[in-house]
Design a protein around this ligand. Structure first.
Ligand SMILES: C[S@@+](CC[C@H](N)C(=O)[O-])C[C@H]1O[C@@H](n2cnc3c(N)ncnc32)[C@H](O)[C@@H]1O
Length: 396
Protein backbone atom coordinates (compact mmCIF):
# COMPACT_ATOMS: atom_id res chain seq x y z
CA UNK A 1 0.00 0.00 0.00
CA UNK A 2 1.35 3.40 -0.84
CA UNK A 3 0.11 6.55 0.80
CA UNK A 4 2.99 8.86 -0.02
CA UNK A 5 1.91 12.43 -0.33
CA UNK A 6 3.34 14.27 -3.32
CA UNK A 7 4.67 16.58 -0.70
CA UNK A 8 7.05 13.90 0.50
CA UNK A 9 8.45 13.17 -2.92
CA UNK A 10 11.91 14.30 -3.69
CA UNK A 11 12.60 15.93 -7.01
CA UNK A 12 16.32 15.73 -6.44
CA UNK A 13 18.39 12.89 -7.80
CA UNK A 14 21.43 13.26 -5.62
CA UNK A 15 22.02 10.14 -3.58
CA UNK A 16 22.74 11.60 -0.16
CA UNK A 17 19.72 13.64 0.80
CA UNK A 18 17.88 16.76 -0.29
CA UNK A 19 18.23 20.36 0.72
CA UNK A 20 15.71 21.88 3.13
CA UNK A 21 15.75 25.68 3.30
CA UNK A 22 14.81 27.07 6.70
CA UNK A 23 15.14 30.42 8.50
CA UNK A 24 18.11 28.77 10.27
CA UNK A 25 19.91 27.90 7.04
CA UNK A 26 20.00 25.13 4.47
CA UNK A 27 20.28 21.54 5.55
CA UNK A 28 20.85 18.40 3.53
CA UNK A 29 18.54 15.78 5.00
CA UNK A 30 17.93 12.11 4.35
CA UNK A 31 15.84 9.29 5.74
CA UNK A 32 17.28 6.10 7.17
CA UNK A 33 18.11 3.76 5.63
CA UNK A 34 18.71 5.71 2.46
CA UNK A 35 17.13 4.00 -0.51
CA UNK A 36 18.21 5.40 -3.87
CA UNK A 37 15.27 3.67 -5.59
CA UNK A 38 12.62 5.24 -3.40
CA UNK A 39 13.42 8.89 -3.14
CA UNK A 40 11.27 10.20 -0.33
CA UNK A 41 12.13 13.48 1.32
CA UNK A 42 13.10 13.59 4.96
CA UNK A 43 10.73 16.48 5.76
CA UNK A 44 7.39 17.82 4.60
CA UNK A 45 5.35 21.02 4.47
CA UNK A 46 4.35 20.65 8.13
CA UNK A 47 8.00 20.87 9.23
CA UNK A 48 8.48 23.93 7.00
CA UNK A 49 5.31 25.55 8.34
CA UNK A 50 6.36 25.08 11.96
CA UNK A 51 9.91 26.37 11.41
CA UNK A 52 8.60 29.36 9.41
CA UNK A 53 6.12 30.18 12.19
CA UNK A 54 8.78 30.02 14.94
CA UNK A 55 11.02 32.42 13.01
CA UNK A 56 8.31 34.82 11.78
CA UNK A 57 6.67 35.16 15.19
CA UNK A 58 10.05 35.28 16.88
CA UNK A 59 8.94 32.56 19.30
CA UNK A 60 11.55 32.59 22.09
CA UNK A 61 13.37 29.29 21.90
CA UNK A 62 14.86 29.65 25.36
CA UNK A 63 15.07 27.14 28.16
CA UNK A 64 14.31 23.51 27.38
CA UNK A 65 13.01 22.99 23.87
CA UNK A 66 11.48 19.55 23.36
CA UNK A 67 10.59 18.12 19.95
CA UNK A 68 8.30 15.10 19.91
CA UNK A 69 7.73 12.92 16.85
CA UNK A 70 10.29 14.59 14.56
CA UNK A 71 10.05 12.15 11.63
CA UNK A 72 13.63 12.15 10.34
CA UNK A 73 15.26 14.81 12.50
CA UNK A 74 14.47 17.79 10.23
CA UNK A 75 13.18 19.88 13.14
CA UNK A 76 16.02 19.27 15.57
CA UNK A 77 18.60 19.67 12.81
CA UNK A 78 17.22 23.11 11.91
CA UNK A 79 16.94 24.06 15.60
CA UNK A 80 20.23 22.50 16.75
CA UNK A 81 21.58 25.89 17.89
CA UNK A 82 18.80 25.95 20.52
CA UNK A 83 20.01 22.63 21.95
CA UNK A 84 16.67 20.85 21.69
CA UNK A 85 15.71 17.48 23.14
CA UNK A 86 14.26 15.03 20.63
CA UNK A 87 11.84 12.33 21.80
CA UNK A 88 11.17 9.56 19.32
CA UNK A 89 9.77 6.04 19.24
CA UNK A 90 11.66 5.11 16.09
CA UNK A 91 15.15 3.71 15.78
CA UNK A 92 15.12 4.65 12.08
CA UNK A 93 14.18 8.25 12.92
CA UNK A 94 16.97 8.38 15.47
CA UNK A 95 19.57 7.07 13.03
CA UNK A 96 18.38 9.57 10.39
CA UNK A 97 18.60 12.35 12.98
CA UNK A 98 22.17 11.39 13.89
CA UNK A 99 23.22 11.39 10.23
CA UNK A 100 21.43 14.67 9.47
CA UNK A 101 22.95 16.40 12.50
CA UNK A 102 26.43 15.18 11.58
CA UNK A 103 25.98 16.39 7.99
CA UNK A 104 24.83 19.77 9.28
CA UNK A 105 27.99 20.00 11.37
CA UNK A 106 25.97 20.24 14.61
CA UNK A 107 28.13 20.30 17.70
CA UNK A 108 28.17 16.77 19.16
CA UNK A 109 25.74 16.56 22.07
CA UNK A 110 23.90 19.74 21.07
CA UNK A 111 20.73 17.71 20.55
CA UNK A 112 19.74 15.25 23.28
CA UNK A 113 18.20 12.16 21.75
CA UNK A 114 15.63 10.53 24.03
CA UNK A 115 13.29 7.66 23.26
CA UNK A 116 9.62 7.49 24.17
CA UNK A 117 10.65 5.04 26.91
CA UNK A 118 13.09 7.45 28.59
CA UNK A 119 11.91 9.72 31.40
CA UNK A 120 11.09 13.10 29.79
CA UNK A 121 12.77 16.33 30.99
CA UNK A 122 11.44 17.73 34.31
CA UNK A 123 10.70 21.15 32.84
CA UNK A 124 9.71 22.02 29.27
CA UNK A 125 9.67 25.64 28.08
CA UNK A 126 8.92 25.02 24.40
CA UNK A 127 7.12 21.88 23.24
CA UNK A 128 7.01 21.21 19.50
CA UNK A 129 4.95 18.23 18.42
CA UNK A 130 5.07 16.67 14.96
CA UNK A 131 1.70 14.89 15.23
CA UNK A 132 2.34 11.14 15.08
CA UNK A 133 0.26 8.72 13.06
CA UNK A 134 -0.88 7.02 16.25
CA UNK A 135 -3.31 9.00 18.39
CA UNK A 136 -2.49 6.66 21.27
CA UNK A 137 1.19 7.58 21.08
CA UNK A 138 0.27 11.27 21.08
CA UNK A 139 -1.94 10.74 24.13
CA UNK A 140 0.79 8.86 25.99
CA UNK A 141 3.49 11.39 25.11
CA UNK A 142 1.39 14.42 26.06
CA UNK A 143 0.42 12.79 29.34
CA UNK A 144 4.06 11.95 30.10
CA UNK A 145 5.16 15.50 29.30
CA UNK A 146 2.25 17.37 30.88
CA UNK A 147 3.74 17.59 34.42
CA UNK A 148 6.78 19.35 32.93
CA UNK A 149 4.69 22.10 31.29
CA UNK A 150 4.05 25.41 33.04
CA UNK A 151 1.85 28.44 32.37
CA UNK A 152 4.51 29.99 30.13
CA UNK A 153 5.35 26.90 28.04
CA UNK A 154 4.87 27.49 24.32
CA UNK A 155 3.18 24.44 22.77
CA UNK A 156 2.95 24.19 18.99
CA UNK A 157 1.92 21.09 17.08
CA UNK A 158 2.25 20.53 13.35
CA UNK A 159 1.05 17.99 10.84
CA UNK A 160 -0.46 17.52 7.43
CA UNK A 161 -4.17 18.40 7.30
CA UNK A 162 -5.06 14.74 6.71
CA UNK A 163 -3.24 13.77 9.94
CA UNK A 164 -4.98 16.30 12.22
CA UNK A 165 -8.48 15.27 13.29
CA UNK A 166 -10.98 16.55 15.83
CA UNK A 167 -9.74 13.76 18.11
CA UNK A 168 -6.18 15.12 17.81
CA UNK A 169 -7.27 18.59 18.90
CA UNK A 170 -9.38 17.14 21.67
CA UNK A 171 -6.29 15.43 23.08
CA UNK A 172 -4.39 18.74 23.24
CA UNK A 173 -7.46 20.34 24.90
CA UNK A 174 -7.80 17.55 27.48
CA UNK A 175 -4.11 17.24 28.31
CA UNK A 176 -2.55 20.67 27.68
CA UNK A 177 -5.28 23.33 27.64
CA UNK A 178 -7.23 25.61 25.26
CA UNK A 179 -6.34 24.70 21.69
CA UNK A 180 -6.78 26.33 18.29
CA UNK A 181 -5.44 25.67 14.81
CA UNK A 182 -3.91 27.78 12.06
CA UNK A 183 -5.04 28.11 8.49
CA UNK A 184 -3.81 25.35 6.23
CA UNK A 185 -0.70 26.13 4.17
CA UNK A 186 0.48 23.64 1.55
CA UNK A 187 -1.89 21.10 3.11
CA UNK A 188 -0.22 21.51 6.53
CA UNK A 189 -1.65 22.97 9.71
CA UNK A 190 -0.34 24.17 13.07
CA UNK A 191 -1.90 23.52 16.46
CA UNK A 192 -1.55 26.07 19.28
CA UNK A 193 -2.27 24.87 22.81
CA UNK A 194 -2.03 27.05 25.92
CA UNK A 195 -1.01 25.10 28.99
CA UNK A 196 -3.56 25.35 31.76
CA UNK A 197 -1.83 24.53 35.07
CA UNK A 198 -5.24 24.02 36.75
CA UNK A 199 -6.39 21.36 34.25
CA UNK A 200 -7.37 18.02 35.77
CA UNK A 201 -5.80 15.52 33.42
CA UNK A 202 -6.95 11.95 32.87
CA UNK A 203 -4.72 9.14 34.13
CA UNK A 204 -2.43 7.65 31.51
CA UNK A 205 -4.13 4.46 30.26
CA UNK A 206 -0.87 3.14 28.73
CA UNK A 207 0.51 0.48 28.73
CA UNK A 208 -2.63 -1.48 28.09
CA UNK A 209 -2.95 -5.24 28.58
CA UNK A 210 -5.50 -7.64 27.11
CA UNK A 211 -5.89 -11.40 27.31
CA UNK A 212 -5.73 -13.72 24.33
CA UNK A 213 -9.11 -15.06 23.20
CA UNK A 214 -10.24 -18.68 23.64
CA UNK A 215 -9.78 -19.72 20.04
CA UNK A 216 -6.00 -19.36 20.40
CA UNK A 217 -6.06 -22.77 22.14
CA UNK A 218 -3.28 -23.23 24.70
CA UNK A 219 -2.58 -19.50 24.71
CA UNK A 220 -6.14 -18.56 25.70
CA UNK A 221 -6.21 -16.09 28.58
CA UNK A 222 -2.51 -15.25 28.28
CA UNK A 223 -1.73 -11.54 28.83
CA UNK A 224 -0.38 -9.29 26.06
CA UNK A 225 1.07 -5.93 27.12
CA UNK A 226 0.99 -2.95 24.75
CA UNK A 227 2.71 0.40 25.08
CA UNK A 228 1.05 3.24 23.19
CA UNK A 229 1.53 3.23 19.45
CA UNK A 230 2.37 -0.44 18.94
CA UNK A 231 0.72 -2.36 16.15
CA UNK A 232 -2.80 -3.45 17.14
CA UNK A 233 -2.42 -2.29 20.73
CA UNK A 234 -5.96 -2.98 21.94
CA UNK A 235 -6.78 -6.33 20.35
CA UNK A 236 -5.12 -9.20 18.56
CA UNK A 237 -4.53 -8.50 14.85
CA UNK A 238 -6.36 -10.95 12.55
CA UNK A 239 -3.17 -11.82 10.68
CA UNK A 240 -1.29 -12.42 13.93
CA UNK A 241 -4.19 -14.56 15.17
CA UNK A 242 -3.90 -16.70 12.03
CA UNK A 243 -0.11 -16.94 12.51
CA UNK A 244 -0.48 -18.05 16.14
CA UNK A 245 -2.65 -20.94 15.02
CA UNK A 246 0.01 -22.21 12.59
CA UNK A 247 3.35 -21.67 14.31
CA UNK A 248 5.98 -24.39 13.77
CA UNK A 249 7.32 -26.80 16.35
CA UNK A 250 10.53 -25.10 17.46
CA UNK A 251 12.10 -27.94 19.43
CA UNK A 252 15.73 -28.35 18.43
CA UNK A 253 15.77 -25.51 15.87
CA UNK A 254 18.15 -23.28 17.83
CA UNK A 255 17.78 -19.52 18.03
CA UNK A 256 14.38 -18.11 17.03
CA UNK A 257 13.79 -14.48 15.97
CA UNK A 258 10.47 -12.67 16.35
CA UNK A 259 11.23 -10.12 13.61
CA UNK A 260 9.17 -6.92 13.84
CA UNK A 261 7.94 -8.24 17.18
CA UNK A 262 5.39 -5.50 18.02
CA UNK A 263 3.92 -6.53 21.39
CA UNK A 264 5.90 -9.80 21.29
CA UNK A 265 2.91 -12.12 21.21
CA UNK A 266 4.43 -14.37 18.52
CA UNK A 267 7.80 -14.88 20.23
CA UNK A 268 6.12 -15.32 23.60
CA UNK A 269 3.87 -18.03 22.10
CA UNK A 270 7.01 -19.86 20.93
CA UNK A 271 8.63 -19.53 24.35
CA UNK A 272 5.49 -20.82 26.09
CA UNK A 273 5.28 -23.87 23.83
CA UNK A 274 9.00 -24.63 24.04
CA UNK A 275 10.71 -23.73 27.33
CA UNK A 276 14.12 -24.49 25.74
CA UNK A 277 13.62 -21.92 23.00
CA UNK A 278 15.96 -18.96 22.87
CA UNK A 279 14.03 -16.06 21.37
CA UNK A 280 15.32 -12.74 20.05
CA UNK A 281 12.58 -10.08 19.93
CA UNK A 282 13.44 -7.22 17.63
CA UNK A 283 11.67 -4.15 16.27
CA UNK A 284 12.55 -0.63 15.16
CA UNK A 285 10.06 0.84 17.66
CA UNK A 286 11.15 1.42 21.26
CA UNK A 287 7.52 1.12 22.36
CA UNK A 288 7.28 -2.26 20.61
CA UNK A 289 10.39 -3.76 22.16
CA UNK A 290 9.32 -2.52 25.62
CA UNK A 291 5.91 -4.12 25.02
CA UNK A 292 7.48 -7.40 23.91
CA UNK A 293 9.60 -7.54 27.04
CA UNK A 294 6.57 -6.73 29.22
CA UNK A 295 4.46 -9.41 27.47
CA UNK A 296 7.23 -11.99 27.89
CA UNK A 297 7.68 -11.15 31.59
CA UNK A 298 3.90 -11.07 32.26
CA UNK A 299 3.74 -14.66 31.00
CA UNK A 300 6.51 -15.79 33.37
CA UNK A 301 8.25 -17.78 30.66
CA UNK A 302 11.11 -20.02 31.68
CA UNK A 303 13.37 -19.83 28.58
CA UNK A 304 16.01 -17.39 27.40
CA UNK A 305 15.17 -14.18 25.58
CA UNK A 306 16.85 -11.08 24.20
CA UNK A 307 15.12 -7.80 23.37
CA UNK A 308 16.68 -5.52 20.80
CA UNK A 309 15.70 -2.26 19.11
CA UNK A 310 17.12 -2.12 15.60
CA UNK A 311 16.54 -2.07 11.89
CA UNK A 312 15.41 -5.54 10.86
CA UNK A 313 18.14 -8.06 11.55
CA UNK A 314 21.05 -5.62 11.51
CA UNK A 315 23.69 -6.78 13.96
CA UNK A 316 22.53 -10.41 14.06
CA UNK A 317 25.45 -12.64 12.95
CA UNK A 318 25.23 -14.56 9.66
CA UNK A 319 24.04 -18.15 9.93
CA UNK A 320 23.26 -17.88 13.66
CA UNK A 321 19.49 -18.46 13.63
CA UNK A 322 17.29 -21.54 13.10
CA UNK A 323 13.92 -19.86 12.60
CA UNK A 324 12.67 -16.36 11.77
CA UNK A 325 9.00 -15.52 12.36
CA UNK A 326 7.69 -12.41 10.64
CA UNK A 327 4.48 -10.48 10.15
CA UNK A 328 5.95 -7.70 7.97
CA UNK A 329 4.78 -4.09 8.26
CA UNK A 330 2.60 -2.79 5.47
CA UNK A 331 2.83 0.90 6.42
CA UNK A 332 5.93 2.53 7.73
CA UNK A 333 6.55 6.21 8.22
CA UNK A 334 3.85 7.08 5.69
CA UNK A 335 5.74 5.25 2.97
CA UNK A 336 5.33 2.06 1.04
CA UNK A 337 6.82 -0.80 3.00
CA UNK A 338 7.37 -3.30 0.26
CA UNK A 339 10.96 -2.24 0.70
CA UNK A 340 10.89 -3.06 4.44
CA UNK A 341 9.45 -6.54 3.82
CA UNK A 342 12.16 -7.16 1.22
CA UNK A 343 14.89 -6.02 3.62
CA UNK A 344 13.45 -8.22 6.36
CA UNK A 345 13.42 -11.27 4.07
CA UNK A 346 16.95 -10.53 2.83
CA UNK A 347 18.12 -10.17 6.41
CA UNK A 348 16.42 -13.44 7.34
CA UNK A 349 18.22 -15.29 4.55
CA UNK A 350 21.52 -13.92 5.78
CA UNK A 351 21.06 -14.82 9.48
CA UNK A 352 19.55 -18.26 8.92
CA UNK A 353 21.83 -21.29 9.05
CA UNK A 354 21.53 -23.77 6.17
CA UNK A 355 18.23 -25.61 6.68
CA UNK A 356 16.87 -22.73 8.77
CA UNK A 357 13.40 -21.42 7.97
CA UNK A 358 11.64 -18.10 7.53
CA UNK A 359 7.90 -18.20 8.31
CA UNK A 360 5.87 -15.23 7.14
CA UNK A 361 2.23 -14.32 7.60
CA UNK A 362 0.66 -11.80 5.26
CA UNK A 363 -2.36 -10.70 3.37
CA UNK A 364 -2.84 -13.06 0.46
CA UNK A 365 -2.87 -10.18 -2.04
CA UNK A 366 0.59 -8.97 -1.00
CA UNK A 367 2.15 -11.85 -2.94
CA UNK A 368 5.05 -12.46 -0.56
CA UNK A 369 5.60 -15.90 -2.13
CA UNK A 370 7.09 -14.17 -5.20
CA UNK A 371 9.68 -12.38 -3.09
CA UNK A 372 10.49 -15.50 -1.07
CA UNK A 373 10.94 -17.59 -4.21
CA UNK A 374 13.21 -14.98 -5.72
CA UNK A 375 15.35 -14.82 -2.57
CA UNK A 376 15.32 -18.37 -1.26
CA UNK A 377 14.54 -20.31 -4.45
CA UNK A 378 11.55 -21.85 -2.65
CA UNK A 379 8.34 -20.92 -0.83
CA UNK A 380 5.71 -23.29 0.56
CA UNK A 381 2.17 -22.51 1.63
CA UNK A 382 1.80 -23.71 5.23
CA UNK A 383 -1.78 -22.50 5.72
CA UNK A 384 -4.19 -20.12 4.09
CA UNK A 385 -7.70 -18.77 4.38
CA UNK A 386 -9.63 -16.25 2.30
CA UNK A 387 -7.51 -13.38 3.53
CA UNK A 388 -4.19 -14.61 4.94
CA UNK A 389 -1.40 -16.99 4.09
CA UNK A 390 1.40 -18.41 6.19
CA UNK A 391 4.41 -19.10 3.97
CA UNK A 392 7.66 -20.85 4.70
CA UNK A 393 11.00 -20.51 2.91
CA UNK A 394 13.98 -22.72 3.66
CA UNK A 395 17.57 -21.56 3.41
CA UNK A 396 19.41 -24.09 1.27
C1 LIG B 1 2.57 -5.90 11.19
S1 LIG B 1 3.45 -5.45 12.63
C2 LIG B 1 3.65 -7.04 13.41
C3 LIG B 1 3.79 -6.97 14.91
C4 LIG B 1 3.73 -8.31 15.63
N1 LIG B 1 4.75 -9.23 15.15
C5 LIG B 1 2.36 -8.92 15.45
O1 LIG B 1 2.23 -9.85 14.63
O2 LIG B 1 1.42 -8.48 16.13
C6 LIG B 1 5.06 -5.11 11.97
C7 LIG B 1 6.11 -4.64 12.96
O3 LIG B 1 7.32 -4.37 12.23
C8 LIG B 1 7.98 -3.28 12.86
N2 LIG B 1 8.94 -2.69 11.90
C9 LIG B 1 8.70 -1.82 10.90
N3 LIG B 1 9.84 -1.51 10.26
C10 LIG B 1 10.82 -2.20 10.88
C11 LIG B 1 12.23 -2.31 10.70
N4 LIG B 1 12.85 -1.65 9.74
N5 LIG B 1 12.93 -3.12 11.53
C12 LIG B 1 12.31 -3.81 12.52
N6 LIG B 1 10.97 -3.74 12.75
C13 LIG B 1 10.25 -2.96 11.94
C14 LIG B 1 6.84 -2.36 13.26
O4 LIG B 1 7.25 -1.46 14.27
C15 LIG B 1 5.77 -3.37 13.72
O5 LIG B 1 5.87 -3.61 15.10
Amino acid sequence: MNDRSTNDRSDSTNGSGDRMTTPWGEHVLSRHPEDPRDRLRAWDASDEYLLGHLAERKVPLDGTVVVVGDRWGALVTALAAHRPVQITDSHLAREATRANLARAGAEPGSVRLLTTQDPPPDRVDVLLVRVPKSLALLEDQLLRLAPALHGGTVVVGTGMVKEIHTSTLRLFERIVGPTRTSLAVKKARLIFAEPDPALRRPANPWPLAYRLPDEIGPLAGRPVVNHAGVFCADRLDVGTRFFLRHLPDTRGVGRVVDLGCGNGVVGTAVALADPDAEVLFTDESFQAVASAEATYRANEVAGRAEFRVGDGLAGVPDGSVGLVLNNPPFHSHQATTDATAWRMFTGARRVLRPGGELWVVGNRHLGYHVKLRRLFGNSRLVAGDRKFVVLKAVKE
